[in-house]
Each structure stands twice: as structure tokens, then as C-alpha cells.
Design a protein around this ligand. Sequence first.
Ligand code: NI
Length: 228
Amino acid sequence: MLVSIPGALGAPQLQALRERLAQAGDAWVDGRVSAGYQGAPVKFNQQIDERTEVAAECQRIVLGALERNPLFISAVLPNEVYPPMFNRYAEGMTFGAHVDGSVRIHPHTGRKLRTDVSATLFLSDPADYDGGELQVQDPFGTHSVKLAAGDMVVYPATSVHQVTPITRGERLACFFWVQSLVRDDGQRTLLFDLDTAIQRLNQTSADDSARRTLVGCYHNLMRQWSDT
Ligand code: NI
């Protein structure tokens, strides 16, 4: 399931992030430092060194916005969020087709985190660059994603995906992974659909007892499918 989350970042947070990233200087390093054996040969971009203060400041801004976002929570069912990372593609840069690594070591706690969901938060205005589309493959085809600054997309980390070459301008983005309470994408999709329908019914005067039953189904499915 690929879900767009409009306005994941508000204008003030977006501005704050852009200012910090513009002044990050030599905290920008070759993106291959975090790539595995499959990703490294096709990854041509830059990213902020995870160990720097600017990374920590930017992570706080993004995580602060996400913990208040009901659509993100409903679609992803986060258990643990990998500290967000930040990348930059200048003209000619690209990230070829790959699948994200399945397990990452959390840089602060040292714990292993299973990557169930991949997330990209767009930080550049799409008018400011050409190319740089995130293309995600699923059984129904290839989905090209290029969203407004501040919008985010989440998709199963099992997907083959790529970032097409930048032919003009510069593309800034934030990316990260989430270990979900529900490992399986099909189960997460069912829970998301059910939750979305319940939220809509809650805006109506629909039968109270029927809505209560549906909410019960939601939680009882979560109890069966979640791991913590
Ligand atoms: Ni990737």
C-alpha cells in the first residue's frame, strides 16, 4: 500500500529544515556511507552524516511533526521509527533500482529495527527541479511519486524503487524507515481501510452499536496481528 500524506510538515518546520540543511556544510557526505552491497553501486547522492548535531536538530523537527499526524499513524502503525535521514540530489545524481535493507541498527540505541515501511518526505518545491521522481514498483505496476514540499509518501519497504536522475536543479528530501506494529503489508492495508471507514462513519449519525462493533473488530484484529 502506497499512501500520500499531504502537509506532513507545516511551512514553519519546512523553512527551519531548509535553513539548517543549507548551512550544513561538511555534514553533507557521500550517500554510499549507509548503502548495502546492492545499493552502493547504484546510489549517487549526498546525505547528512547521522552523527552530527544538524542531523539531530532536523530529526527532532520531523519526529515532532509525525507524532501528531493521524494519517501517518493510521497508515503505518509505527512501533519504532528509525531516526530520519536527509539527502540531496544535485543535477545528474540518481539512485537506481534497489530494495531497502531489511534490518538496520538504530544509531542511538544499537537495537535492531526491522524495516517494514519506507518513507520519503519531500523538502523541495517540485518546480525547482526536473527528474528526481521516486518510482515504486508493486504488483499493479510502477508508481511515480513527486510531491509538493512538506508532503510525504509511505510504501512497503519490500518494494523495488528508484529515484530517477535529476536533470535540473536540486532535490532535497528526508527519508526513513519504520518498524510497524503489523509486519505484513496486506494486514496493515486492511486495518488502514477499516480505520478510515470508521473515522468517516464517526462523522455521521450512523448506528452507534454497529460502529462500536467495527471498532471492536479493528482492535481485535490489531491484537491478533501486532507484535511489540
Ligand atoms: Ni531506498
